[in-house]
Design a protein around this ligand. Sequence first.
Ligand code: ADP
Ligand code: ADP
Length: 228
Amino acid sequence: MITFDQVTKAYEDGTIAVDNVSFTVKKGNLVTLIGPSGCGKTTTMKMINKLIPLTSGTITINGNDIANENAVELRRNIGYVIQRIGLLPHMTIEENVSLVPKLKGWEKKDYEKRVDELLDLVGLDPSVYKKRYPLELSGGQQQRVGVIRALAGEPPIILMDEPFSALDPISREQLQAELKLLQKNIHKTIVFVTHDMDEAIKLADEIVVMKEGKIQQISSPMNLIENP
Ligand code: ADP
Ligand code: ADP
């Protein structure tokens, strides 16, 4: 479903952040991109939703070269969750989560229902939380909202860039388990960036190991445990 074919990204200053990378993310799979800081994980993600252009190579989504797609249109089909969460502080939880569905022109009753369902899904009682502002929630709760906001417009693809790394260990484990369940239920294609091997093994259908801009290894979690 997402295919990288010999993709290279060199920044203006000459840094080669991603170096001739090829891999495929199958539909409905959760793939983790793992590697040390600076190995090119975030650059890889940003190319998928056209936040930055490729230097060479091709990325296709469902067979369509993203070079031919309008970036704004493309991003409506890709949920993006980042470490800093990025909830809009002056908007309520309900307003934050319904942002994309509204942009997509959903009817009020449909997006209101969707917000309630999603909050329930991550254990936040809608009657308590939807009128609250992000800063009135704990870090773990805000990150849950970050995750469901990315899901709200029903995008087929979700990109998650170290979404849980700022959380305390307990919230983090909870969210990892919730994400795994969520993925089973919603069957979305997810690319998940982490530098934590435990997290990668816990979550992934497939693990892509990066080092210095190159792919070092692609394997199943089981293989990686047996042949590290
Ligand atoms: P990771 O997400 O694995 O930490 P990044 O993709 O952020 O890695 O960075 C890969 C490499 O590209 C690093 O050497 C980083 O310093 C460099 N880099 C990232 N963004 C830029 C930029 N805007 N300009 C120049 N170099 C950059
Ligand atoms: P967690 O265990 O997820 O880290 P916290 O200990 O931070 O949660 O918060 C516990 C409870 O207090 C949560 O139900 C949260 O919604 C509520 N809470 C935290 N900060 C605020 C706030 N500023 N205003 C209202 N409720 C808050």
